[in-house]
Design a protein around this ligand. Structure first.
Ligand SMILES: Nc1ncnc2c1ncn2[C@@H]1O[C@H](COP(=O)(O)OP(=O)(O)OP(=O)(O)O)[C@@H](O)[C@H]1O
Length: 772
């Protein structure tokens, strides 16, 4: 028995808003928190207090779920610490990601999960991509009529070159993306291929028919391999829980579910949690004392039967930044919040300990402006929620620190000429700040990989001349792609006349900035013979294509001239400059292949071995539980993508390159796919399936395309907001006058590139932040 005083002491370590979590008395509770509100801290204390209040133990547990593995270990550590201090059993709670919770349930009852009898193989992301490629090829073979319809597109003059180009675009680009979107959206919403076929679509259902076919073929291949993907884990668990006695078993074991990062869950994942969180009335013992603690579920929606739903969902809808590539959508969590609000079960954590006051004012204004702008016509990108500083007696020391300078510095195009100038100004500011306080943690947040690379190269002098440590997070990603690059190039060397092989090799050369991206690679790859060895009768190649051709031919020559074991180093020198340890990584890979293939070293065995390495992903750096700690080290400058920066913070945050083209961006259709229509087919499929999920009218392709770009823009603004709220003492926002048209190549610049409209408005509202 824990003394109430001890629990009260623990509760008092929380700020007011967080205390509403600790005061949870059962039933449903939504907690909508602003960035920096201390959600995880609040949840950990709330968990310990709930375990004490409800006498939880091994057979009646509190289940905590969150999104990433590092968040799991963070929360586990905190809860465990509190339980130790309160002398409560550690077995009273579990913390896991949603997927691993689902997998535990499903694999405990294999016969009902649909997983098959043998050992279950869980496909990784890269294995899934391979399956999708295979499914696409198979679908093309089995569906010649639909494929021809796509080849015809809007119009077709029957010319062979154009046909070959279209084939390459469809098979290597459009159809695999369509498959990916369709599978992600449909499967994670429990829609079957048949459901897609039966939906009433205004365009006659052709797009949904293709989506259904690809999805079906993918499923077939997955089953053939005896494998499951991440969506199957959730579906498997839900299938298992349809069984009355098994559901009862789990519901009795699980007293309540606390979910962190709830804005990132899909509806099906939420269903799973709701089922687990339910205690059926029939399971409550007569006159059980616990009964009096529990409030009836406010929703009464009763997933999985009537009962009491003990479910706390904590999240920030304004930090939902995964909705354009998963089925998560902030609207689901928003709806949950609204529903709970009707029953006075919504708690809003709007005080935040992290940033200096001006950073909060800037983030609040951006949110307000976007929600009242043309970008909010269809649906508001943000939940209206202001971030407030903490009270003076807050338990967190120095929760809202003093600013450095004004706390926010905005650099507009009239002071910054071009991106080189912009990064030079940033470098000088970093040097100055580091001299003033060598312990400051700093980060530069970028939206695209190529920006990160540009920044890392341009600021290398800070390390050389001033010993400032730079940690480029994307670098390790680049290293993990080395085996894939090698595989693509070797496959091309082995069979250069395959359009697919040539296309993959060209893609690698483009990604490594060795050939220009300002050309249609599909056109080059569609007829390898003509591209590599044109006759005098063939039309002349453009200068950009000639450059690509000479790089490809050099690779083919090397295959003839060099001993096989020299090919890996040769390819490495072709692809990589001596940056980011890529050459060293390629060396390591070469050594490993040499060791593994002693006495059996041939092109074929090297390719097979590389395939193995790529598919098993066992050459990648192992995810480190304290990776986040390494990103935020004092005295270090971290270069990191906006997506990865979520959940982290630094004393000083730089956000450069804030142009309208990127934030909020606009829907863009490459010339090469316009034969299909003025829209992206994968995005349209996704929007149509989404409409089925939401029981809405299915949009026609043009409407669907508009919706997609709207959703994407809303998400870009949320990314901007996530970025801004990472700063503790100083936030730097900038955009140069001249910027690259596309970051794939820095050569083509747009003069007077329009800047992100939210930043223009921010500068108008707070002219005192404008710096030069
Ligand atoms: N009541 C508190 N007392 C002392 N420190 C606190 C308190 N609440 C939060 N903090 C500190 O504030 C920081 C952020 O807390 P936490 O990680 O819980 O925030 P979060 O809301 O999950 O963050 P995010 O903005 O990324 O969503 C942590 O360093 C934590 O220790």
């Amino acid at each position: 028995m824990v003394l109430p005083e001890a629990l009260n002491e623990l509760r008092k370590t929380l700020r007011k808003g967080q205390q509403t979590m600790a005061d949870w008395q059962g039933g449903e509770l939504a907690v909508s928190a602003v960035p920096g509100a201390g959600k995880s801290t609040g949840m950990a204390v709330a968990a310990a207090i709930a375990i004490a209040n409800f006498n939880l133990h091994r057979q009646k547990q509190l289940v905590i779920v969150t999104f990433t593995r590092s968040a799991v270990s963070n929360i586990r550590k905190k809860v465990s610490e509190h339980l130790k201090n309160l002398r409560l059993p550690q077995s009273a709670f579990t913390v896991s990601t949603l997927h691993s919770l689902a997998y535990t349930i499903a694999s405990n009852h294999r016969e009902l999960s649909g997983f098959g009898a043998g050992e279950t193989i869980i496909v990784s992301e890269s294995q899934k991509q391979r399956l999708i490629r295979n499914a696409t090829n198979l679908w093309v073979k089995e569906n010649p009529k639909l494929y021809d319809l796509l080849l015809e597109g809007r119009s077709f003059d029957g010319e062979d070159t154009e046909r070959l180009r279209r084939q390459t675009v469809l098979r290597t680009d459009v159809l695999p993306s369509l498959a990916r979107e369709a599978i992600a959206t449909a499967k994670s919403s429990e829609l079957t291929p048949e459901d897609l076929r039966q939906a009433e679509s205004p365009d006659g259902g052709t797009i949904l028919e293709i989506a259904a076919g690809l999805y079906e073929t993918y499923e077939r291949l997955l089953r053939q391999e005896g494998a499951i993907d991440y969506d199957d884990m959730i579906l498997g668990a839900l299938r298992v829980l349809k069984n009355d006695s098994i559901r009862k078993y789990w519901q009795e074991r699980v007293f309540a579910v606390f979910e962190d990062e709830a804005q990132d869950s899909s509806p099906l994942q939420t269903d799973l949690l709701e089922i687990l969180a339910l205690t059926p009335y029939s399971s409550l013992p007569e006159g059980d004392g616990e009964k009096s603690f529990l409030l009836p579920s406010p929703s009464g929606r009763g997933v999985g039967g009537e009962g009491i739903k003990n479910l706390m969902r904590v999240g920030d809808p304004n930090q939902a930044i995964n909705s354009t590539f998963t089925t998560a959508d902030p609207r689901f969590f928003n709806e949950f919040c609204d529903r709970c609000q009707l029953n006075s079960q919504l708690s809003t954590l709007d005080q935040a300990g992290r940033s200096t006051v001006n950073v909060m004012r800037a983030a609040n204004y951006v949110l307000y402006w976007v929600n009242h702008s043309e970008y909010a016509k269809l649906e508001k990108p943000f939940r209206q929620q202001r971030i407030h500083p903490v009270d003076v007696d807050d338990p967190q020391a120095n929760a809202n620190p003093e600013p450095i300078g004004k706390g926010v510095e905005i650099y507009l195009p009239n002071t910054v000429d071009d991106i080189e100038h912009e990064i030079e100004l940033i470098g000088l500011r970093i040097k100055q700040l580091h001299e003033q306080d060598p312990k400051l943690s700093m980060a530069i947040l970028v939206r695209q990989h190529n920006q990160g690379r540009f920044v890392a190269e341009a600021l290398a002098w800070l390390t050389k001349e001033h010993d400032i440590k730079i940690y480029d997070v994307e670098q390790s990603d680049r290293r993990s792609r080395v085996p894939m690059d090698m595989l693509a190039i070797l496959q091309f060397m082995e069979r250069p006349h395959s359009p697919d092989n040539l296309k993959s090799a060209l893609e690698v050369l483009k990604d490594r900035l060795k050939i220009s991206s300002q050309q249609d690679l599909n056109a080059l790859a569609s007829n390898p013979e003509k591209f590599l060895y044109p006759t005098l009768l063939d039309p002349a190649l453009t200068p950009l294509a000639q450059d690509a051709q000479s790089k490809c031919k050099a690779l083919l020559r090397a295959k003839i001239e060099l001993p096989l074991y020299n090919l890996i180093p040769f390819i490495a020198f072709t692809l990589y400059d001596d940056e980011a340890g890529l050459l060293a990584t390629a060396d390591k890979l070469g050594d490993r292949l040499n060791q593994q293939l002693v006495g059996n070293y041939s092109m074929q065995t090297v390719i097979t071995e590389l395939k193995e390495i790529v598919e098993s992903e066992n050459f990648e750096a192992v995810e480190d539980e304290n990776l986040e700690g390494r990103y935020m080290t004092a005295g270090q400058l971290t270069i990191i993508s906006l997506h990865k920066a979520k959940g982290l913070d630094w004393d000083v945050v730089f956000m450069p390159f804030l142009h309208k083209r990127i934030c909020p961006g606009e829907a863009y259709i490459p010339e090469s796919v316009k034969f299909l229509g003025d829209f992206g087919l994968p995005e349209v499929a996704r929007a149509q399936i989404r409409a089925i999920v939401h029981h809405e009218r299915i949009p026609n392709p043009e409407e669907a395309w508009k919706q997609c770009s709207y959703l994407k823009q809303a998400e870009e603004f949320r990314l901007l907001y996530v970025g801004m709220t990472r700063a503790k003492k100083l936030l730097w926002l900038s955009a140069a006058q001249s910027a690259p048209f596309s970051w794939n190549t820095l050569e083509n610049r747009t003069e007077n590139a329009p800047i992100c409209p939210a930043i223009t408005e921010l500068a108008k509202k707070f002219p005192e932040f404008i710096s030069w």
